[in-house]
Design a protein around this ligand. Sequence first.
Ligand code: ATP
Length: 309
Amino acid sequence: MSTAAVSTTAPGSVTVRVPAKVNVQLAVGAARADGFHDLANVFLAVSLHDEVTATPAAELRVTCEGPDADQVPLDRTNLAARAAELLAARHGLEPAVHLHIAKRIPVAGGMAGGSADGAGALLACDTLWGLDSSREELLDICAELGSDVPFSLVGEAALGTGRGEHLTPVGAGTFHWVFAVAEGGLSTPAVFREFDRLTAGTDVPVPQADPALLAALRSGDADALAAALSNDLQAAALSLRPELAATLDAGLGAGALAALVSGSGPTTAFLVHDPEAALKVAAALEASGTCRTTRTASSPSPGATVLPR
Ligand code: ATP
């Protein structure tokens, strides 16, 4: 498995680069007794990154820069802070570290931005403190932090089962994407509650990975992948944010091969053939007035990686 990218930016600092994700398949089962849902979740890491820099400090502190920085909590609820606390507690250390997040991943956008920062902070602190934890130890802490955090650490392409935290790497060729960032976020738990409401009284099938989708992913055939993309949370996200339908239509009208809500939304994802098509679709989406901004990216992308100084 590959790791989240890490970089060291100043003497005594460690910087880790960590990717956003898009779910190319998100199959959701019925709510379990514990309230969680079993998933068959095919994650793809994309070249849209946050960077987390860890620097020794008197006490735990989080700062954040970027266009959405005002929406990021800077207290102990930040997943980066929680990662540092969990790692320090396991080793009997004080989490005496300043974590600075350079935020490029949309906040509350269904692209696992908070999870990315959790995985990034974990790898940055592990490196800064010279702990040299095994991949299994780090993955264990990631799973404690949240269902999407283990994937942020390993990146590339993987099938997640259980709540999404049990990962099996899958092969993936190169694909090109446009992401339309919506105004405001959507709460992932609220989208799952809406899924429960919409599916109440129906037979929700046991979630399973789609063999046609995995084959398309492996082959790098964008047309085949376009035909196989699916997201069981899309109806719930559209129910809460009906205006997203116009965004999906605008991207398809501009020539995207396929369009879907990314995870729990409200970011929408558009699959295209090549980087030129990505620029064209992004420009059309921006001109349509149906989204706040766009990002272009390719996949797969490595997981959390320490950056060279
Ligand atoms: P997912 O795709 O994993 O469901 P998401 O991309 O929809 O997540 P996040 O960007 O992870 O959503 O943010 C969800 C909420 O988590 C935010 O509204 C914020 O309150 C909280 N949060 C905690 N830590 C962070 C962080 N480092 N960056 C962004 N949000 C964070």
